[in-house]
Structure formats: C-alpha cells, structure tokens
Design a protein around this ligand. Structure first.
Ligand code: TYM
Length: 334
C-alpha cells in the first residue's frame, strides 16, 4: 500500500480541505506500519495556472507546509515536499502528454468550472493540469489517493493514462491508483450557499472556515451560516432538500465522529438557535488547537525550508526508477 496526495498551496487551508482530505491523510499516516510510506506534497507546479507574485508564492508554500504539520502530518514518518523541488514531476508530465488525449481533457469538469466562459484566455497550464496530476500519482506507484469528491474525475483520468501507457508500450510500469474518498465529508459546502462547495476561491470569507480563523471568527461564521426556518429532523433522511442544514449536520457529524443520524437524534425537533452554539463549541474545540500549532510553526522559515528540502530528496529518490522506466519504455533513454 502506498498512499499519496497533494494540495495546492494557494490561500488558507479550509475546513473542506481538512475534512475532505487532510484528516484522512493523517489517519492513513498513523495507520502505516513497517516500511510503508505516505507521500504528501504541495502542488506548487499546479498553482502556476493562476498568476501569483514571487514573494506570495514563496509564502504560500511555507504557510501550507506549516498548516499540514499542524494538522498532524509528521515529516519524519511521511515524505512531505513541494513538487517544484522534484523535477521528475514536470518531466513525467511531459512524457505523459504523449499519452493523454485532448478528448479526455475536454471532459474535465474542473477545467470547465475554472476557465468559465473565458476559455480562450485560460492558461495552457490549467488545461494540462490533470496530466501533471497523473504524473504526481504514477511517479510513486501510489495505490491509495485520499481526496475529496472533486478530484475523482482527475483520478479516473490518471488510471486511463496509466493503462494506455502500459498498453501502448507493452510494459507493466504504472500502478493503477484507487481514490480514497470519505463518505460523509467528500463535499463540504459553502456556509453561505449549500449548493456551492467550500472553496479557497470564493470571494466571501464568510463562506468558509479557515484553519487560521481565531475562536471569535469561527463562532461568528457558524452563527451567520445560512440555514432555513425549519426545526432539525429526528433522522438524517429528513435533511433531503435542505442543503444548508445537511451541510451543517454533515460537518458536525464528521468533526464529532458521529453519524448524521446520531446528530439528528440528538438535535431533532430543535431549531438552529440551539444547534449553532453547540456546533460553534465543537468547531472551536477541534480547529482551535490546529490553528495554535499552525501559528507557532509558520514563522520559522528556516525550519520549514529544511523540512521541504529533506522531503524533496526522499521523494526524488523514490520517483527516479519510475521516471527512468518511462524514458526507457518510450525509447528515449536506455
Ligand atoms: P485542492 O488544493 O483544491 O484541494 C486539496 C484537497 O481538498 C479537497 N477539497 C475538498 N473536500 C471536500 N469538500 C470541499 N469543499 C473540498 N475542497 C477541497 C480536494 O478534493 C483535495 O483532496 N488537484 C488537486 C491537488 C493535486 C493532487 C495531486 C491531489 C495535485 N496533484 C495528486 C491528489 C493526487 C487540488 O487542486 O486539490
């Protein structure tokens, strides 16, 4: 079993990232035994699809590194690195551009969402983005990729690329990865709109819970979260057609390690006036300690850089045989 996943170092780590992905990264890391290793990285090469100044980009990588460690990623047990320090990612991406088909990329919903109506002026990087993601996963022979629901399509493309490459060149080089998507928290929605996912790019900061928010801000965001006037149902099935209520119950359930049914059994018949203060207490209790660790780590630039350097050296070593195998299979190097 080899676990691998990545996150773009843009903006704050939010509750969607945490519950959809990072919490599972930490659990999988903690369950690893023997020589098995997890690989977690900052997808800074992916982040070039959106323009950012030099200093901001440097700061983003360090901030996200501190945030991941604060969440429980242990750089001594897992390999924690940023893509740009491991050139094999960009190299394998280029090789896989010969295998990936334009028709496959045209079907990617994330590209359509992010490019919007102005497709012609989107960067080429945004379009080719899923091929780089395939390279990220295939370089390390990853078997399990813990992600939120929105990355499922990219992982299906990764499997298609792996299968076509292996078939076209008659090799058994790439392992086909499985996405690992949590049941309850695969799609955490915006606090302002139950039909939009919680996202770093939402212009309203009130739409998301950042792992850097102070306690007052956390409580305020829960208090102001959009709801409906109905009382909570006694069973989760009664949340159907109530996206905001469903989202809040889902967040509560995931943070408390309960089922949505158990949360409904506890709060059924009560209004949001009773539920929200309990939810605010829970969010503060779970997120507060992560934020405090993050604040303590984020300014030690030298320590963060050293962690990334060390992680990159280990990652480069692990990636080298597969990259070499790809050049060899294609007849580009013997
Ligand atoms: P990114 O940076 O957008 O998000 C990081 C992780 O957080 C999950 N996520 C969510 N989960 C539930 N609800 C939400 N509202 C929510 N928002 C984000 C994402 O599914 C993701 O798991 N392309 C990737 C980064 C990447 C990658 C990879 C991931 C690059 N290479 C290889 C896995 C394997 C991305 O932009 O994630």
């Amino acid at each position: 079993m080899r676990v691998l996943s990545g996150i773009q170092p843009t903006g704050n780590l939010h509750l969607g990232n945490y519950l959809g992905a990072i919490r599972n990264w930490v659990r999988m890391q903690d369950d690893m035994s023997g020589d098995s290793r997890c690989f977690f990285f900052l997808a800074d090469l992916h982040s070039i699809s959106v323009h950012e100044g030099r200093e901001q980009r440097l700061a983003n990588v360090r901030d996200m590194t501190a945030a991941l460690i604060a969440c429980g990623i242990d750089p001594d047990r897992s390999v924690l690195f940023n893509q740009a320090r491991v050139p094999a990612h960009a190299e394998l991406c280029w090789l896989l551009n010969g295998t990936a088909r334009i028709g496959w990329l045209n079907r990617m919903t994330q590209f359509k969402d992010k490019a919007g109506k102005n497709r012609e002026s989107a960067s080429v990087g945004l379009y080719v983005y899923p091929v780089l993601q395939a390279a990220d996963v295939l370089l390390y022979q990853a078997t399990h990729v813990p992600v939120g629901e929105d990355q499922k399509q990219h992982l299906e493309l990764t499997r298609d690329v792996a299968l076509k490459f292996n078939t076209d060149f008659g090799v058994d080089l790439f392992t086909l990865p499985e996405p690992y998507i949590p049941k309850e928290s695969a799609r955490i929605m915006s606090l302002r709109d139950g039909s939009a996912k919680m996202s770093k790019s939402d212009p309203s900061d009130m739409s998301r819970i950042n792992l850097s928010d102070d306690d007052d801000m956390l409580a305020q965001k829960i208090r102001k979260a959009k709801t409906d006037p109905e009382p909570l149902p006694g069973e989760a099935a009664g949340l159907e057609g109530r996206p905001e209520a469903q989202n809040l119950i889902g967040i509560y359930a995931t943070l408390a390690d309960m089922t949505p049914d158990a949360v409904c059994a506890q709060f059924g018949g009560q209004g949001f006036g009773a539920f929200k203060p309990a939810m605010a207490d829970l969010v503060v209790a779970k997120i507060g300690p992560i934020r405090d660790r993050y604040v303590a780590l984020r300014d030690d630039h030298a320590a963060l850089d050293a962690i990334l350097e060390k992680g990159a050296a280990k990652a480069a070593e692990a990636a080298a045989p597969t990259l070499r195998g790809a050049y060899d299979a294609m007849g580009l190097m013997r």
